[in-house]
Design a protein around this ligand. Sequence first.
Ligand code: SIN
Ligand code: FE2
Length: 218
Amino acid sequence: MMDDLLGPLRGPETLAPGAIFLPGVAISRQERMMVEIRQIIASAPLRRLSTPGGRRFSVEMTNCGNLGWLSDASGYRYESRDPVTGALWPSIPGGWITFAEEMAARAGYAAFRPQACLINRYAAGARMGLHQDRDETALNNPIVSVSLGVGAYFLFGGAKRDTPVRKLRLLSGDVVVWGGRSRLFYHGVAPLPADEHPLTGVYRWNLTFRRVTVPDRP
Ligand code: SIN
Ligand code: FE2
């Protein structure tokens, strides 16, 4: 709760070369975004994917966009269909695309056109281990991350797994963009505390917008 009182003191900050933290920039759209998330998960349900090693993610996931991120025994990849329903992933809402492009442009990536939006839902205790986002070919494009609901600590490291991580508090409406020299930097999310937020109840949601293929398809 103190975090909310401290909100006005937080300002845009460069985290690393090519990486920027834009606190609060999605606050005015967060309620609308939650309505749209609920519409998306009505047709592409949240699920707990398996890692290639056979463990299950603590985070529940789904996707919207022309491509969606998947993980199972055969590895990590993007696919145009949801294996649960057999249908194409729902479209990314138009307002989300404009917003993600605007955030990318603010970070210096004016050509960013997202194809995929991974939707993550964290309940208390859910976490994301340190990893690189490297299942995309279009590595000249950034990742644009939007956080909604319960606050979490984002762990932002460097090019190597053992690079010391910065612990960045992410609150509802915060955006992080990383690309360029930090595109493959290790990052993760510390276990979500048991907390509540008026927008989302006990959950934290995170949207990550990604360009997967080099620009030769929509
Ligand atoms: C991710 O790395 O895909 C998730 C990041 C986050 O939940 O903030
Ligand atoms: Fe990631």
